[in-house]
Design a protein around this ligand. Structure first.
Ligand code: PMV
Length: 329
């Protein structure tokens, strides 16, 4: 018997960072799957394997590393142990042996929600295997609580997006609205390839909020206005208005210090090649940017991002969140 959960990845279209202090963010799921397979194992070890990174580690129920194979196996795989441990404790099943395999197409630390996708899929697969399949709300609550234990003040937007799926507006721990769009915005995702820590950049914005509350307040209310206008444009059109709103959002993200020269190089290349608008997505400081394009500019913008040194990633919209199934074998 094994349970398999597949989670999509996410991009934030508007409102990252400002969502941490209570603004709305607009985000959507994309077709870059993370698959987590969980099987019971004799004994009490939790064995974890990352297929893409070719890493393996075994942990005792108290979290001691028993065995590790591959560079940084323990530090890379421990967050997955923490998710399993948290879930087992919730279900009063501590001491159960497990074999967990993770396979993901999401680049790590690039702002596309790789850790949220792994956490959400692990919680879903494990609870399904143990006969306690959770509602989406419960999966989100578990993944969000875990993220709070690890990162202090996350907004939960990543966990909500990949749990519920689709194009959503998220605020203060809740999905405010799911936009039933037939045609999602046409996007190109460009990866700078520069891995960074979201926590560091969230900390930067928090410091600005604490030391310059008035300045921050003005920027955040402008950001909220942009998210509101973008929500309206996504619902009622015209889609072209999204481009200028993305550019305005990027300007605000630059003003709070979370952009980077690598991101700005790709953003400038996209705009020069005819993108409707472009901005960073996620935590910033590196990672990925997005460009809104029309059908005729798609190929040119994609080429321009690559020529500027970026890697273009698949950005196909998917409407579903995490999906889980039990397999008898
Ligand atoms: O973790 P990332 O880089 O995919 O982005 C998270 C979005 C932030 O708004 C920067 C942080 C948060 O908790 O909402």
């Amino acid at each position: 018997m094994k349970a398999i959960a597949v989670s999509p990845a996410k991009v934030i279209l508007f409102g990252e960072h400002f969502v941490v202090s209570g603004n709305s963010a607009i985000s959507m799921t994309i077709d870059l799957p993370t698959t987590v397979t969980v099987e019971p194992l004799k004994g009490d070890e939790i064995q974890i394997r990352s297929e893409d990174l070719d890493l393996e580690a075994a942990f005792s129920p108290t979290g001691q590393i028993l065995q590790g194979a591959g560079p940084n196996a323990e530090s890379t795989l421990r967050p997955i142990f923490e998710v399993a441990d948290f879930t087992l404790k919730k279900l009063n099943q501590l001491g159960l042996g497990l074999k967990i395999a993770v396979k993901s197409r999401v680049p790590i630390g690039m702002g596309l929600g790789s850790s949220a996708a792994t956490a959400v899929a692990t919680v879903s697969a494990l609870t399904t295997l143990l006969g306690w399949p959770l509602s989406r709300e419960e999966v989100f609550d578990a993944a969000y609580s875990l993220e709070k234990m690890v990162h202090g003040h996350p907004s939960g937007v990543d966990q909500a997006t990949v749990t519920y799926g689709g194009l959503i507006s998220y605020r203060s721990g809740k999905v405010e609205a799911t936009l039933q769009v037939t045609k999602p915005p046409l996007l190109i995702i460009g990866n700078t390839g520069k891995r960074r820590s979201t926590g560091e950049f969230v900390g930067r914005v928090t410091r600005l909020r604490e030391t310059e509350p008035k300045v921050y307040g003005r920027i955040a209310s402008e950001a909220q206005e942009i998210s509101d206008r973008a929500f309206d444009a996504l619902r009622n059109g015209p889609p072209e208005t999204l481009g200028p709103l993305m550019n305005e959002n990027q300007r605000l993200l630059e003003s709070v210090g979370v952009s980077s020269p690598d991101l700005e190089k790709l953003i400038a290349a996209a705009r020069s090649a005819g993108a409707l608008g472009a901005k960073l997505t996620g935590g910033g400081g590196g990672g990925c940017m997005i460009a809104a394009v029309g059908k005729t500019t798609h190929a040119g913008v994609s080429r321009a991002i690559q020529e500027a040194g970026g890697q273009v990633l698949p950005s196909e919209f998917v409407t579903h969140g995490v999906q889980t199934a039990l397999h008898e074998d």
